[in-house]
Design a protein around this ligand. Structure first.
Ligand code: UDP
Length: 254
């Protein structure tokens, strides 16, 4: 069931108008009560928004997630254009560190799954050194969907009794994986974190501050990984859809 917070709607998707501190509080509350189901957090960006308009199955996953936080600068931009401004971003990379830092006070157990072999381990080591978080398992993300290996992975996570699971398999695979994890875990929190382990491990640099401030992280990512060009063609589609929605809504009102 969706977590009760202020929300806005972007291209038919609920976005929770929360800040990182709200997310930490929600996680603490959820983890403190047992057997209340797995809480799925989606760190949403504009590409995910466009995907929901094309892929009904992905839209269902988005609707089913208990918390959808505004990760990308595009979502913040859209909220302003639509006259429903969000308080700010909840960037996935920073959220991983913040959740781990916060986990120490309640001794929450953390699991890292995803990214290329070696990357999750490096990311987990770096986080552990900085935060002293209790990381109970680390696995890479290169196994086939709907396979024995995947089932074994889901079981391993459940057996670890993790309270927070970070899943870095990319969109939409991480959301599908977390949906499967619901059958294995009846408590805790799972967060889809895309390429966060690549950044935390130092495998990919994070965009410089000035680019983050200007909302240009996507451009930096494209500069680092030009092969992302194809999927980024959805960025202008997002801008077009938001402007269309705004103009249409104004026409309906006047
Ligand atoms: N990945 C993975 N298994 C796969 C495909 C991808 O673990 O089968 C990882 C990949 O190594 C990277 C992350 O998933 O660390 C995808 O990051 P990306 O930034 O592309 O995610 P998105 O933009 O889709 O959120």
């Amino acid at each position: 069931m969706a977590i009760q917070t202020p929300t806005i709607e972007i291209l038919g998707n609920r976005i929770n108008a929360v800040q990182p501190s709200d997310v930490l509080e929600i996680i603490d509350q959820h983890v403190a009560s047992s057997d209340n189901g797995l809480l799925h957090i989606i760190t949403a960006d504009s590409l995910a928004m466009v995907r929901t308009t094309r892929e009904p199955d992905f839209k269902k996953l988005m609707d089913a997630a208990e918390l959808v936080v505004p990760d990308g600068a595009g979502i913040i931009w859209a909220s302003k254009i639509l006259g429903i401004p969000l308080p700010g971003r909840v960037p996935g990379v920073a959220l991983v560190s913040q959740i781990c830092e916060n986990s120490v006070k309640n001794n929450q157990k953390i699991f890292f799954i995803g990214s290329k072999p070696g990357i999750a381990t490096k990311a987990a080591e770096s986080i552990k050194e900085r935060t002293k978080a209790n990381i109970v398992g680390v696995e890479h993300g290169y196994f086939s969907s709907n396979s024995e290996d995947e089932n074994a992975m889901l079981q391993k996570i459940a057996d670890s009794k993790a309270d927070v699971v970070f899943v870095a398999l990319g969109v939409p695979r991480q959301e599908e994986f977390i949906t499967k994890l619901r059958k294995y875990m009846n408590h805790g929190v799972a967060v889809g974190v895309g390429g966060s382990f690549d950044v935390i491990s130092g495998n990919l640099p994070r965009a410089p501050q000035w680019m983050q401030k200007c909302g240009l992280e996507w451009l930096f990512r494209l500069y680092l990984e030009p092969k992302r060009f194809r999927r980024m063609l959805d960025l202008p589609v997002f801008v077009q859809k938001i402007i269309h929605y705004r103009l249409h809504r104004q026409r309906v009102k006047s």
